[in-house]
Structures are given as structure tokens and as C-alpha cells.
Design a protein around this ligand. Structure first.
Ligand SMILES: [Zn+2]
Length: 187
């Protein structure tokens, strides 16, 4: 039996700069990190130190990430930026080349929704997703099931996906605090 190895995490593909030194934030001791180290224990003060350059790019997509990185992979895969990127990919897959204007409009609406949510210190994922998917869902006439499938593909949990769907229904969920952000972002 041969053990499968992720090429992104296989050290034989590495360049010299993939190994570097960074000072311990607790005591200043220089620590040698390899780029796939997530945390190391400082050899001087014995505190756990996070790798300042750990790149979650591979782990964010790779379905084997939990084998390489364990629990950490799940935390990485749930980062808002990662979910946002996966949402965009899922949307792009469903649109055709001639939908380019719609795609650009949707990406701008999502950007506006995220900025407005951040300015109000609100969680950006729901308004961002609703603003990104809403215009396409309306124009293409996607069913609730189709929207849910897209959201699931991006790794959004069922509860959050349900809230997003209710916000996409025409005139739906007027009392939702995200309603105004989404209406403004997609206007
Ligand atoms: Zn230290």
C-alpha cells in the first residue's frame, strides 16, 4: 500500500524560502518554522507560537486536508474569506460567459454588502451571500433547492443557508436586520 501525500504539503517540492526564522512573540528567541508548521513550541520559553506565514490555501480546498492537518483544517475551511471565495466559484460555475455583466454586478453587490456589514460591526457572511447570489437567483429563476445546493457547495451550514434563502424570497423577511444592507447593496 502506498501512502497518498498532498503535493502542497510534501516537503520534497519545497523552495529554500519555505523554511524561515521568526522571533518568538513571548521571549524574542528566533524560531525556525517550516511553512507547514501550524504551531511550534518555543525552544526557549516553551510557549506555543503560531506560524506567522502559515498558508491555508491548500487546506481550504483540499478534501484530504483533515488527514494532513486534522482539526485545524476545519477551522481554516470555515474562515469567512474562504467561504466567500467558494461562493464566488459556485456562482461562476452556474453562469455562462454571456452572463459576465450579471457576474460583475453580483461581485460588486457582495463587496458593498460586506463593507456595509463591517462598518456596522455586523457578521458579513449572510448579507454578502444574499447580495452575491440574489440577483442571479432572481434573473435565472433558481428554485430554493438550487440556491440551497449552491450554498451547501460553498460550505455554508444549513441554518445559515435557510436564513439566506428567506432573505432572497421576494419581499421576504422584512424584519431581518440584514434586509436594508442587502437592498442597498443590490440596488
Ligand atoms: Zn519564547
Amino acid at each position: 500500500m502506498s501512502l497518498w501525500k498532498c503535493p502542497g504539503q510534501d516537503r520534497s517540492f519545497w523552495k529554500p524560502e519555505d523554511i524561515f526564522e521568526s522571533p518568538c512573540p513571548h521571549c524574542g528567541q528566533s524560531i525556525e518554522f517550516w511553512k507547514d508548521d501550524i504551531t511550534l513550541r518555543c525552544p526557549n520559553c516553551k510557549q506555543l507560537v503560531g506560524n506567522p506565514r502559515f498558508d491555508p490555501g491548500c487546506a481550504a480546498w483540499c478534501s484530504y486536508a483533515s488527514k494532513c492537518l486534522g482539526e485545524m483544517a476545519r477551522a481554516i475551511q470555515n474562515q469567512p474569506q474562504i467561504i466567500r471565495t467558494r461562493l464566488e466559484v459556485a456562482l461562476r460555475k452556474r453562469l455562462k460567459p454571456e452572463d459576465r455583466d450579471l457576474l460583475n454586478r453580483s461581485l460588486k453587490a457582495a463587496q458593498r454588502a460586506e463593507e456595509m456589514a463591517m462598518a456596522e460591526k455586523a457578521e458579513p457572511l449572510i448579507p454578502l451571500a444574499a447580495s452575491l447570489i440574489g440577483p442571479a437567483a432572481r434573473i435565472k429563476g433558481w428554485s430554493r433547492e438550487e440556491v440551497l445546493a449552491l450554498l451547501a457547495e460553498a460550505g455554508i451550514d444549513e441554518n445559515t443557508a435557510g436564513s439566506i434563502c428567506r432573505l432572497l424570497e421576494p419581499g421576504g423577511d422584512q424584519s431581518n436586520p440584514y434586509r436594508r444592507i442587502i437592498d442597498q447593496a443590490t440596488a
